[in-house]
Design a protein around this ligand. Structure first.
Ligand code: AMP
Length: 416
């Protein structure tokens, strides 16, 4: 498998000697917690089990490192990884102790006493400000705990932090784990080398977050369906009245160009043809369904309507690959969730390879109980989006091509 010209096969966990060695795995355990500190979705923990089980079977000494939330460099007890250690212990059927910190003499002592087949979870990396600053000393200290470094924190690979990038300079050997390999393989099948026809469904709140993606996909997809609040910037650019619906006025020219470019490339570009509109941005507000030409003055369009759903479902027929990112409406409120759930159903009923990109879209699949009916749900929101943009993931680049990455970093620093 290829990542930006680097042969990932040669940098894969299975190609390294790990038996009896201290192996640090950077995982992404940034899981959602409720007000009582309970984990509400453990899919990111489950996604790391293949790598962990492999290492335990190989009798490595497994040191897991992760961040959780945004403690901003301070110790916040509510953002301790303790609930994760507990859940992981349950999933593995083996006690996973939590270290008091992620660096320092106590951790080192603990690691030194580990036996082959032992496992430990380090405390939240972001309790140290140096993690997000990609501080070299901190990276060196982390690296000193291990003989082998495995990068498997796909969801964080768009971040150039110490445990993601900096650490690679100080570890003797590094490779990617099973999760990253799987994410990259699905991405390859969805975007770079898809079975055609390939259709992208894009939704969500802001065009500004996703314009680069649409630009990139406009070169690669056969069809692009646009839903969510994003659609209003496209409609306004064509001169339609969108009343109080969300819009990004600074992007009107840009979206017009992107849509035109897509059409010129032969990509079929779909916008919604009707909406569920409401008098207020409120779940109890009066609602009605109107065509896109008839959004009443001062009303908000908050979901795609039934005709749009039919149109989009029709456009998906015969697709052999479908990629989806972003809800079709303000789906957190029941009154504006139908468009999104109708698309969840259409995608799960399709015979295509279906790939769903993190964030709100996987929440919709979870809520609909359809998680296991798609081919793959990415564990990375921002990282998945970065890939869709055609961008590079520093967390992977630093493993697969250390030297080139370091040179680029140096050049950027010198240019500043
Ligand atoms: P994103 O993070 O960009 O994927 O956006 C997801 C958010 O977009 C969700 O919280 C939705 O409620 C919101 N959203 C989608 N469609 C609309 C809409 N028509 N009006 C307001 N918010 C929307």
């Amino acid at each position: 498998m290829d990542y930006k010209g680097h042969d990932m096969e040669k940098l894969f966990i299975k190609d390294l000697e790990v038996r009896g060695k201290r192996v640090m795995v950077r995982v992404d355990y940034n899981v959602p917690l409720d007000a009582d500190g309970n984990i509400t979705d453990d899919s990111r923990i489950r996604a790391t089990l293949p790598t962990i089980n492999y290492l335990l079977d190989e009798k490595a000494k497994v040191i897991l490192a992760s961040h959780l939330g945004r403690p901003k460099g301070k110790v916040i007890p509510g953002l301790s990884l303790r609930p994760v250690a507990k859940r992981l212990s349950r999933l593995l059927g083996k006690e996973v102790p939590l270290a008091e910190d992620c660096v320092g003499p106590e951790v080192k002592k603990f690691v030194d006493k580990m036996n082959p087949g032992d496992i430990i979870l380090l405390e939240n990396l972001r309790f140290h400000p140096e993690e997000e600053q990609n501080d070299p000393e901190f990276a060196r200290e982390l690296a000193s705990l291990c003989e082998v470094f495995i990068q498997d924190a796909f969801g964080n690979c768009h971040r150039s932090h110490a445990s993601m990038v900096g650490i690679n300079r100080f570890v003797p050997v590094a490779a990617v784990g099973f999760l990253i390999k799987k994410e990259m393989e699905y991405f390859e099948k969805a975007v770079n080398n898809p079975m055609r026809p390939v259709v992208a469904i894009m939704g969500g709140a802001k065009v500004s977050d996703k314009i680069k993606i649409i630009e990139n996909l406009a070169r690669k997809m056969d069809k692009i369906l646009i839903g969510g609040a994003m659609a209003f910037t496209f409609l306004k650019a064509q001169g339609y009245e969108i009343s109080r619906s969300l819009v990004e006025n600074s992007l009107l020219e840009e979206v017009k160009n992107v849509a035109e470019k897509a059409r010129k490339n032969g990509v079929k570009f779909y916008l919604p043809v009707d909406f569920v509109v409401a008098e207020k941005f409120d779940p109890k507000a009066e609602t009605k369904v109107v065509t896109f030409q008839e959004i009443p003055p001062n009303w908000y369009a908050l979901d795609i309507g039934p005709a749009s759903t039919r149109l989009f479902v029709e456009a998906l027929a015969g697709a052999r690959t479908i990629i989806w990112n972003g809800p079709m409406g303000a789906f957190e409120m029941d009154a504006f969730s139908r468009g999104t759930y109708a698309m969840v159903e259409a995608v799960t009923n399709s015979h295509a390879l279906t790939i769903v990109g993190g964030g709100d879209t996987d929440v919709a699949f979870n809520k609909a109980g359809a998680t296991y009916e798609v081919s793959y749900i990415s564990t990375g929101g921002g990282a998945f989006l970065k890939l869709l943009e055609g961008g590079e993931l520093p967390g992977i680049a630093a493993v697969t091509d250390k030297q080139a990455y370091e040179e680029k970093q140096r050049a950027t620093v010198m240019a500043k």
